[in-house]
Design a protein around this ligand. Structure first.
Ligand code: SAM
Ligand code: SF4
Length: 333
């Protein structure tokens, strides 16, 4: 039997949050994540099955993991995703399951996801301008994204968060319209500083629109905001609330204010590798264990060892920084 001790690293950080990538494929091509040219995706037989993911989550839950996020690539291109959600929400110890999606296919799947027990959605949308959407994603899918968001509201999803990737000299005209769109609908926008996870080495610190700059833009265009004492200090976003009661705004300042010291996250890639950090260089295989019928105690020990070896944090701001060997779409954001 796996030991019930929680997953603690050598910096005393307890890990209870697992991000699961279910595919490295995607139906759009955001330039800060995917390349423009044809991509060699992982072969289907190398991707973990739903049963393998469920098995791994049962072991992780026995070690204190209680929060899951399904991501990718684009998770909704994975067939029958609601079946996986249904399996995961019923695992003892799992208190929260969320999904991050670009919403292109959400209109078709929102009801089934909700019926499977999903309640939390993070939707990735940078702009309401069709031309800029095409420029960023290299696809003309804004109408389907907006229809997907409307459908999610219709089926009853509450507390929808919208991820906006903050790229300097590009996204400035979208900041206020996105914030207003969210305010009017009761969504929380989360502005995420552009990180060095693209597949074409486009990242440069000067291309990051910083969280403080965005906050200033919102304050002068919409009104003052106050910091919200965080309910979960380990969450990556710093939340602010409009002083007029018009809702919240989150800032994920991974570049300007790294939050590694509070990190509680573990990642499982779609091909069954464990990563203790988005920026990790090394990874640990668990697919081999799951496929060879290894006992749960061995899977648990592997997870413990991966966390025990976790570094103190990424070094984006140092000259020593080495970008991870996998781009964002192949890790799972
Ligand atoms: N396809 C889904 C989506 O776009 O939401 C899920 C996977 S995507 C890799 C997860 C999140 O990563 C996106 O919502 C986007 O906000 C974020 N992202 C992608 N590339 C990024 C980058 N280079 N820097 C910062 N955030 C990025
Ligand atoms: Fe696809 Fe999400 Fe990457 Fe955009 S950020 S290319 S939607 S996986």
């Amino acid at each position: 039997m796996p030991s019930p001790l929680p997953l603690i690293d050598s910096f005393n950080r307890v890990h209870d949050n697992l991000r699961i990538s279910v595919t490295d494929r995607c139906n759009i091509r955001c330039f800060y994540c995917m390349p423009d040219e044809p991509i060699q995706f992982t072969e289907r037989e190398e991707i973990l099955t739903f049963e393998e993911i469920e098995h791994f989550v049962r072991v992780a839950a026995s070690l204190g993991v209680n929060k899951l996020r399904i991501t990718g690539g684009e998770p909704l291109v994975r067939r029958d995703l609601p079946e996986l959600i249904e399996k995961l929400v019923s695992i003892p110890g799992i208190k929260d399951v969320a999904l991050t999606t670009n919403a292109v296919l959400l209109k078709q799947h929102a009801q089934a996801l909700y019926d499977a027990g999903l309640r939390r959605l993070n939707i990735h949308l940078d702009t309401l301008d069709r031309e800029r959407f095409k420029q960023i994603t290299r696809r003309d899918e804004l109408p389907r994204v907006l229809a997907g968001i409307d459908e999610a509201v219709r089926v009853g999803f509450e507390k929808i968060k919208l991820n906006v990737v903050a790229v300097k000299n590009l996204i400035e005209p979208d900041i206020v319209p996105m914030a207003v769109y969210c305010r009017e609908r009761g969504f929380e926008p989360r502005f995420i500083e552009f990180m060095p996870l693209d597949s074409q080495s486009l990242w440069d610190r000067r291309k990051v629109l910083l969280a403080d700059e965005i906050r200033e833009m919102l304050t002068s265009a919409i009104g003052p905001m106050v910091a919200v004492p965080d309910s979960d200090p380990r969450a990556p976003a710093t939340d602010f609330a409009y002083s007029d009661g018009g809702g919240r705004v989150g800032f994920i300042a991974s570049v300007s204010k790294p939050f590694c010291l509070n990190c509680n996250r573990i990642r499982l890639t779609s091909d069954g590798k464990l990563r203790y950090c988005l920026f990790a260089i090394e990874e640990t295989d668990v697919k081999g264990l799951l496929r060879s019928g290894a006992p749960d105690s061995e899977i648990a020990d592997t997870l413990r060892r991966n966390i025990a070896g976790k570094w103190i944090g990424h070094e984006i701001n140092s000259s020593k920084f080495i970008p991870p060997p996998r781009p964002m779409y192949a890790i799972g954001g």
